[in-house]
Design a protein around this ligand. Sequence first.
Ligand SMILES: *[C@@H]1O[C@H](CO)[C@@H](O)[C@H](O)[C@H]1NC(C)=O
Ligand SMILES: *[C@@H]1O[C@H](CO)[C@@H](O)[C@H](O)[C@H]1NC(C)=O
Ligand SMILES: *[C@@H]1O[C@H](CO)[C@@H](O)[C@H](O)[C@H]1NC(C)=O
Ligand SMILES: *[C@@H]1O[C@H](CO)[C@@H](O)[C@H](O)[C@H]1NC(C)=O
Ligand SMILES: *[C@@H]1O[C@H](CO)[C@@H](O)[C@H](O)[C@H]1NC(C)=O
Length: 611
Amino acid sequence: MRSLSLLLLVALAALGESEEGGKHHSRTKREFLSRSKRRWVLSTIELEEEMKVDYPFKLSRMFNDKTPGKQYEFAISGEGTDEGLFSIDKLTGDVYVHAPVDREKKASYHITFDVWDKSTNTKIDRELAFDVDVKDINDNAPRFIAITKEASVKENTPSGEYLAASLEAVDDDQEGTVNSTVVITVDKQVPAEPKIGIVHISGRLHRLIFDGCFDYDKVKTYSILIKASDKGNPPLSSTATIKLNVIDANSHQPIFKQRQYQAEAVEMTINETILRVAVEDKDTPNTDGWRAKYFFISGNEDGLYKITTDPKTNEGVIGIVKEKNFEIHTLVNLRIGVENVEPISVCKDGKLIKDSKKVPPQDSVNITVKMIDTNDAPVFEKYTDDVYHMEESEPGQVLYNPNVHDIDSSKFRFKLIEDPANWVTVDEKTGKITTIKEMDRESPFVDENNIYRIVIAAIDDGSPPATSTCTIKVHLGDINDNSPTLINKTIIMCVNKVDKILVRAQDADAKPYSGPFIFFLGDDKIASKLWKIDPAYGEEVALVSLETLPYGNYSVPLVIQDQQNEAAAETLQVEVCECNKGDVCRPRKPLSIGLGGAAIGLIFAGLLLFL
Ligand SMILES: *[C@@H]1O[C@H](CO)[C@@H](O)[C@H](O)[C@H]1NC(C)=O
Ligand SMILES: *[C@@H]1O[C@H](CO)[C@@H](O)[C@H](O)[C@H]1NC(C)=O
Ligand SMILES: *[C@@H]1O[C@H](CO)[C@@H](O)[C@H](O)[C@H]1NC(C)=O
Ligand SMILES: *[C@@H]1O[C@H](CO)[C@@H](O)[C@H](O)[C@H]1NC(C)=O
Ligand SMILES: *[C@@H]1O[C@H](CO)[C@@H](O)[C@H](O)[C@H]1NC(C)=O
């Protein structure tokens, strides 16, 4: 029922405008009012769109004051006249419309009227030009221009949040009027809960909201009939349907399939999987609301066990990650719990509940793990021990008695593992170590700390047998069983350089059974004439020649005493010669002729001794 009226006022205005070059301004409307009255007279024109009348339909009748007494005719031109939409009766001035017009296609027509003098073929008056605006009726229903036809909502979406659906609607009727004012509502939704509504965001944009909560178990799909109405009288409307799919969230706790589990594991053994536990979950498989997360509640305080989720089966996999020794077969009670990756929430009485106290509790079960004790090795009270023993003691002495216990077997035997000098024997039953030979501190098997190392093993009767060993460190006490000796029994004396030589002695015994030593010249008259010892006390002493000695070899008898006055007789061979660089004797002629006095003396003395 839209209409558009063309008023007289408008006609006058248009006339005025045409005088000023066809411009339509309200200013000219007023200006022209008085003058125009005398010329064109026009009743109200109402052109309403889509009029349901018989066509051609008379819209109005034109008059012109100047026509009386003249042979005249009216003419019409402008928009819609060539196509025959508008016409004018040349004589009567009746204006006709020949077909319904549609404002939404063309909202106004610019039309010009003229009146001609037929005899002179001239215009009787100036033209009358104006816009015929088409009056709106509410002939357009709102239409949706953008609409999310299918949307989804996560089950655990909190009430009041926008749904992922938006829509826009327009109405083609005249803007800014009730005929084009659109109101969008939810006409019907199936099922009815939770209540879905529409909010206007801005401009044409509207979004869906809801009040309450979704329950995937009950409803998986909603059909929402949206209605867009205008405010015309009566209103026109159109509808659209949005499909809303509910996406499952975590609303069910996983539940263990068994109430009690048993497992077995071997002590001291890392094992990826000693047990698998499975759960039932009513949520959609392979969603975070279904995926299980397992955890220990008790029994794993020392971190021996690990629990992970098998991503394929959703099972909990329990493994052992640390080695621990159990002395006997032990039952370990593990308590495990399970939850989902996604936090749980439930839709209850139209409310989304997330509070851990109000949602169903997490399930938990006990697992009894039998830790199987393997054959533990016998345990020596001490794995290394020290004993003290005098060297050269009589064989047959007990050196050591081990103290051994075994948690899981009572029978074990002993074996000698290391005894490099073959000095001891071990009792197979008791582990008692007895010497079978005299032990010598000076033996190469004794280290620099006077320690001789013996290793014995205790072997139990398990299968396979378990072994552990004990090292006995025998600290050998020294006795003075060694005499001092010369380190060098022959020495060169370069008489062209020195008149004394240094003499060193050694004693294999340890303090106080060794040096420093006291040196004496042996009981030899000739030697005591040729030599003296000065100093005579020390690890090293000096042998001084008392006179210039002819070249040759001299035997010097020596007596060396250690700290305990244990003496040893040694003979030092001294080669007296002339040396080159580096104390090496210079080669010389054989002593055939011209024996030195001393040499002769020596020979002579030898002869005398012989005699
Ligand atoms: C709207 O449409 C009705 C008829 O449907 C009409 O009577 C009215 O004039 C139009 N315009 C306004 C602004 O109401
Ligand atoms: C791990 O434990 C399971 C169950 O006790 C057992 O069947 C499996 O042989 C063990 N694996 C290893 C490597 O010890
Ligand atoms: C499970 O283990 C807990 C804690 O270790 C214990 O209190 C409870 O009695 C056990 N339940 C069963 C059924 O064995
Ligand atoms: C022993 O004699 C040799 C040769 O004369 C000499 O090189 C060495 O240094 C001597 N050793 C000692 C300990 O005096
Ligand atoms: C002295 O002894 C050395 C080796 O001990 C020997 O080479 C040398 O010939 C001897 N000299 C004499 C004169 O006998």
